[in-house]
Design a protein around this ligand. Structure first.
Ligand code: F6P
Length: 471
């Protein structure tokens, strides 16, 4: 029987080593939830890196534990992690794809490691897959994998989804390995992005750099047709809505509100990443406090920053910048009983996050660039009383769907200040109209809808391919 194999750089599990013992905790990420119904079925599996460097003596234990959850590990060495994950993925591709080309490192040894690790993933797939299996590859760490798999399993059905933006041709072509990357992707039957702009940029790069023809979302490679389309990713709406309604979260909301003296809350949640625009957001909040003293002691910015990629230089520098900005704002404006910014540099359990979403009068989601951004959708799904205001960057894929938000350009600090002031005084009636409309969108186009849509289109792409072969 044909199976489905999900492949991503990281497995949906948190493997930790403490005092020589390994612990295994399922991850609560949206992708893990959405794909749970796929990879946990029948003989299907999820293949990826367990997220840490595993000693040879520990490998069997990791394999046994993960197999119980239908996962298959791809082990990475210290140098793979340094050069493939931190290096090419996060110092070359990540900045380029988020329009931060000035941060990109062009290092041949990183490229070689990226190629080598993509091959390592391919070897694992070939070990587990049958020739007629469906393989769904995820994200920018594995751009070469579709063609590598195609070569080893020519008849397999291969889907690829990119979770981050695809930059315009003018930016993409700056990469020294641009052509190999595109050729790597073209091994897939279906390539998905979050938005039509990403699709356009990708197709334009293929036309200019590989010289292939494309029309109506089909790229002709000579012996195959590759379908390209937009699939805006959603969240597990019911999980967020139900958790927000739970008694436990209601209790937390009450407790947190009392601790914060029932002030108005502006909420900001991100991984620590320069693409998220955290310093720009803090500067806007600082300017807002300067311009609107009437809001002093009336509002608190709860800023949750989740540690990420902390071995990468630009992330270390960003941490220092954020720490300094928070210190400066609190140093300037705080009083005995009020800290304008409540800054947390750690992740929170799911229910506490839900309580923050419920408490927040305003969600401030202002990335410089983001493939989709799911935080804004989580906020909307958690607004169980129907109120709330979302300030959202135009540069997030989600802005295409959530047009009832207050949309801002994150480079325009004055616009952000104005949006904050406006958000804090929007009449409740207007909030309800906007939130209801956004809730309908986020509920309908949820993670299950996204998985089904992609899988159905992949089946269709393959059937078309097979029909062409037989004519
Ligand atoms: O948004 C892209 C992405 O790779 C996600 O898939 C992932 O959850 C997030 O960034 C964090 O990345 P990392 O695996 O590097 O911690």
């Amino acid at each position: 029987m044909a199976r489905k194999i999900i492949v991503s750089n990281r497995l949906p599990v948190k493997v930790r080593r403490a005092d020589g013992t390994m612990t295994f905790e399922p991850s609560e990420g949206g992708l893990a939830t959405g794909l749970g119904s796929v990879y946990k079925e029948g003989e299907n599996i999820w293949l990826g890196w367990p997220g840490l460097c595993v000693e040879e003596s520990e490998e069997q234990q990791v394999i046994t534990e993960l197999q119980k959850e239908r996962m298959q590990p791809v082990f990475l060495t210290e140098s793979d992690i340094k050069e493939y994950y931190e290096g090419f993925s996060n110092e070359t591709l990540w900045p380029t794809f988020h329009y931060f080309s000035q941060f990109a490192v062009y290092e041949q040894s990183y490229w070689e490691a990226y190629y080598r690790v993509n091959q390592k993933f391919c070897e694992q797939i070939v070990k587990f897959a049958n020739p007629d299996d469906t393989i769904w590859i995820h994200d920018y760490q594995l751009l070469l994998l579709p063609s590598m798999v195609r070569e080893s399993l020519p008849d397999s059905t291969i889907g690829f989804f990119q979770h981050i933006p695809f930059p315009s041709y003018e930016v993409f072509r700056m990469l020294p390995w641009r052509k190999q990357i595109l050729q790597g992707l073209l091994g897939a039957d279906l390539i998905g992005f979050h938005t039509y702009d990403d699709v356009r940029h990708f197709v334009s790069s293929v036309i200019h750099l590989v010289g292939l023809a494309a029309s109506h979302g089909i790229i002709e490679t000579g012996n195959r047709s590759v379908m390209v389309d937009a699939f805006p990713m959603g969240i597990d709406y019911d999980k967020y809505a139900q958790t927000a309604n739970s008694e436990k979260v209601s209790g937390m909301v009450q407790e947190f509100q009392e601790a914060l003296r029932h002030r108005k809350i502006i909420l900001s949640i991100d991984r620590l990443d320069y693409s998220k625009g955290i310093p720009q957001r803090l500067r806007a909040f600082e300017m807002f406090l300067k311009q609107y003293p009437e809001f002093h002691e009336q509002v608190t910015l709860i800023m949750i920053v989740v540690p990420s990629r902390d071995q990468v230089e630009k992330y270390k520098e960003l941490k220092i910048e954020v720490d300094e900005l928070v210190g400066r704002i609190n140093g300037l404006y705080r009083t005995l009983s009020w800290a304008p910014v409540q800054y947390y540099y750690h992740s929170f359990p799911f229910e506490e996050l839900s309580a923050f979403y419920r408490m927040a009068h305003v969600a401030l989601v202002t990335p410089m660039r983001d493939g989709m951004n799911l935080v804004c959708k989580e906020y909307i799904a958690s607004r169980n009383d129907g109120t709330g205001v979302l300030i959202l960057s135009e540069m997030a894929g989600a802005a295409k769907e959530l047009s009832e938000a207050i949309l801002i350009n994150p480079n325009d600090v004055h616009q952000m200040v104005g949006a904050l002031q406006q958000a804090l005084i929007v009449p409740e009636e207007n909030q309800r109209v906007a939130v209801a409309s956004m809730q309908a969108t986020v509920q309908k186009y949820n993670i299950h809808h996204w998985v089904n849509l992609f899988m159905d289109r992949l089946t269709y792409a393959k059937e078309k391919q097979n029909a062409l072969k037989t004519t």
